[in-house]
Design a protein. Structure first.
Length: 175
């Protein structure tokens, strides 16, 4: 963490004990280097007076993430940030095929089956990092809408504002 602060030129503020003590405890039992880096980045964010507040619940979320979920989440975050730069104020809704392509690109250490991928999506939704939306559309865009026009529901998934703030706090590369 000290190295992160020095490299970023941050004059740190005091980290609340409610954040510091559990973070040190949880990070001390983590055996993955990538997740250790996320803990250090989270503490760096908590010490940076220019950053958004680090919520105590971020600690519980990070403690529950697997390395593969963290990689997947970072891939989703990057796509969502790129989208929001062009489409200000609109969430980046992705269908399940787009999510799966991000998963296959970013979770490189082990290719898993669709059920494991769906488990990751469900777990990230449970932690409120992702949310599901359903949009009703007219299947044929050239068709005029009337009461007899058949409508179709399209399932989309997007990162929540909470999820975006969590990832921004946990990834040093996004500073």
């Amino acid at each position: 963490m000290r190295r992160f602060l020095e490299e970023s030129g941050i004059t740190p503020q005091q980290i609340p004990l409610k954040i510091l003590l559990p973070a040190v405890e949880y990070a001390s039992v983590e055996d993955d280097d990538d997740l250790h880096t996320m803990w250090a980045a989270l503490l760096t964010s908590a010490a940076d007076p220019a950053k958004d507040e680090v919520l105590p619940s971020f600690l519980d979320v990070l403690r529950q993430l697997s390395k593969q979920e963290a990689q997947f989440l970072l891939g989703l975050y990057k796509v969502s940030v790129e989208w929001s730069q062009v489409n200000v104020g609109l969430p980046c809704k992705m269908d399940i095929d787009k999510l799966q392509s991000i998963y296959l690109e970013d979770v490189t250490e082990r290719r898993t089956d669709y059920q494991t991928f769906q488990l990751f999506v469900d777990d990230l939704m449970r932690m409120r990092l992702l949310a599901e939306t359903t949009t009703t559309v007219i299947p044929n865009a050239m068709q005029e809408y009337s009461r007899s026009t058949p409508l179709m529901s399209v399932r989309g998934i997007h990162m929540t504002d909470y999820g975006i703030r969590f990832v921004a706090a946990c990834y040093r590369s996004n500073r």
